[in-house]
Design a protein around this ligand. Sequence first.
Ligand SMILES: C[S@@+](CC[C@H](N)C(=O)[O-])C[C@H]1O[C@@H](n2cnc3c(N)ncnc32)[C@H](O)[C@@H]1O
Length: 214
Amino acid sequence: MNWLARFFRRSKPPLDADLLRRIRASFEEAASDEEQFPSTVDPRIYHVQLIVERFGDLQGKRVLDVGCGKGRFARVLKDRNPGAILVAFDLTEAMLRFVPRGIHRAAGSMTALPFETGCFDAVYATESIEHAVDIELAVSEMCRVVRPSGPLIIIDKNARHWGRLQTPEWETWFKRRQLERLLRRHCREVSSRYISYWADVAPDGLFIAWLARK
Ligand SMILES: C[S@@+](CC[C@H](N)C(=O)[O-])C[C@H]1O[C@@H](n2cnc3c(N)ncnc32)[C@H](O)[C@@H]1O
C-alpha cells in the first residue's frame, strides 16, 4: 500500500450522504449474489478485450478501475500485465473483499476520488458510472486523476434501452452524445461506439463504450 499512500489525497465529503448510504447498503447485500455480480469475467468478452487492447502494454503503469465491484476486469488486466499497478476502487467494502491479491483496493465514492490529479496512466469504469447519481462530477473526477494523454474508457448502458432491465431508483443510463459532451470538457479525443459481448455479434444497442484521451 506504500505506493498508493503517496497518491492519496483528502477529498471533500460526497454529496447526499444518505442516498450514498442506501446505494452502498444495496450493493453490500448484492455482493453475496455471485450470479448477478460475478467475481470473474470471461476474458474473451468484448468489453474486456476492448479495454485490454485500447490500454496496450501496462507493465509498470498505474491503472484505476472506478466502481470495480469484485474486480473482475482488474483481475484480467493484472493477469495480462503482472507488472502493472492496478487500483480497484469501489463504494462497497463487501464487493472489494473479492478483489484478488496483488491488486490494490480503495473504498469511497467516485464523485470524490481520493487520489492526486494525474496520478494514473489509464482509468476505466464498467457499468458503474450509472450508479454515480452526480454523473458530471464522476466523469470529471475520472478525467482529473488520469495523466495528460492518458486513456479513459467508460462502458455503460444506453438510455434508449431504458426499461429493458430492472433498475434501482438512482440508476441512470446515457445517450452517446451526453457522455461524449461531458468527456469533451476534460479530454481532447472522445468517441463512442455500440458494443456487444462478443466481437462477432452485432451490437443490439444496449451497451456503449466511450473512449477518450485526456
Ligand atoms: C453493476 S456493479 C459493476 C461492477 C464492476 N465494474 C463490474 O463490471 O463487474 C456497480 C458497482 O459500482 C459501485 N458503486 C456504486 N456507486 C458508487 C460510487 N458512488 N462510487 C464508487 N463505486 C460505486 C457498486 O458498489 C458496485 O460495485
